[in-house]
Design a protein. Structure first.
Length: 367
């Protein structure tokens, strides 16, 4: 592989002159003729720059490392993508790039360690939590970043009592969706949660029994299933629930993709949404808008959360306070999968609780 020195020797200028041009091709410090010769040399020698050595004089790479401690492909869900889009929109506007470091290991904290080792040279970091992270994993990952002594922000992580930069999605583990359905008059609500050991799922499970008790509704664990944030798993678990013949009025899902999958399953079983069963999602993703009917959902404002994380990181890189917390609350988006007038607007539910019909026997596929 060719070097900067070889390019400079071919052109007949100093390595510093080549570096100036590569860092700013609009510079007036290099003549147009020399610029053309540098371009010619780069093509001839197939020169490729080391992105981490972009600006050795200031020890800056203009690269932000994204620490995402999971073995699951990060772009395959409706949660990560809008957050990363928000991060990227602010980074690119400020001349920064972001890098991912996929790694394989047995635990979340081991993956984070490997990603941090591979990302030496980044100017700062954004640390995510995932459905595979326990609270212990999260704290270990934060400590690893503290040890690097570089600016960082945590995102998609429960609020920590630590002096660090945090963007907090307040309703990741809130019962706002369930409260919305209870407020509509529904009492028999199936909860479709994420991964059973996920820190946000566990937090919700601690809150739900007390919430129901306050409404005079006994907690019944048969009304809790785990869809693992996937269409396939939520469909299978919902199929098992249907086969038990348990009465259900509404379904509250921890993600739109699970809600869309279950909406399809309900229709394929010969039932209707919302006439027979109401369905609510979370994230306000594309799935909620293309589902039939369109899903009532909770908007977590994830794009804005990603932008806020990047802004906090820029503030720290500029020498600002590294102990800021930004809390972003979710909002309900009402569409067609839950009647706006509530349970009593449905004639089939005025005098009785809906029970699943015996005709629901066939399996279905989710495309």
């Amino acid at each position: 592989m060719s070097t900067l020195k070889e390019i400079a020797q071919y052109v007949g200028v100093s390595s510093a002159s080549v570096s100036i041009y590569l860092n700013d091709n609009a510079t007036n410090r290099i003549s147009p003729r020399t610029k053309l010769k540098i371009d010619e040399a780069i093509k001839k020698f197939k020169y490729q720059r080391n992105m981490f050595a972009r600006n050795l004089s200031t020890s800056k790479s203009n690269i932000i490392g994204i620490i995402f401690p999971t073995i699951v492909p990060m772009f395959m869900n409706d949660f990560t993508n809008p957050i990363l889009s928000g991060v990227q929109s602010r980074l690119s506007a400020n001349g920064y790039a972001m890098l991912f470091f996929p790694s394989f290991a047995g635990t979340s904290s081991e993956i984070a360690k490997r990603q941090l080792t591979a990302s030496v040279g980044c100017d700062g970091y954004i640390l995510f939590s995932t459905g595979f992270c326990s609270l212990q994993d999260i704290l270990a990952n934060v400590q690893e970043l503290q040890n690097l002594q570089k600016p960082y922000v945590t995102l998609n992580i429960p609020e920590l009592d630590l002096p660090i930069n945090q963007v907090i999605l307040k309703d990741l583990d809130s019962t706002l969706g369930i409260e919305y359905l209870l407020g509509k008059g529904f009492r028999q609500i199936l909860l479709v949660l994420g991964r059973e050991k996920d820190v946000h799922t566990r937090s919700m499970m601690k809150k739900i029994p007390n919430l129901l008790k306050q409404r005079g509704i006994p907690f019944d664990d048969r009304y809790v299933i785990y869809g693992n944030y996937t269409a396939e798993d939520s469909a299978k678990e919902f199929s098992r629930f249907l086969d038990m013949g348990i009465p259900v009025e509404a379904i509250c899902c921890m993600s739109d993709i699970m809600a869309a999958s279950i909406t399809t399953a309900i229709k394929q079983s010969g039932l209707s949404v919302p006439e027979d069963i109401s369905v609510m999602g979370r994230n306000n993703s594309l799935y909620s808008r293309i589902s039939d009917p369109q899903l009532t959902t909770m908007d977590l404002h994830m794009f804005e959360a990603g932008q806020s994380a990047a802004n906090l990181l820029f503030d720290s890189l500029a020498g600002g306070d590294a102990k800021q917390k930004v809390a972003i609350a979710g909002t309900i988006v009402e569409r067609k999968s839950v009647p706006k007038a509530g349970r009593d607007s449905l004639a089939s539910r005025i005098d009785h609780t809906f029970s699943l019909p015996a005709c629901r026997r066939h399996w279905y596929s989710v495309v």
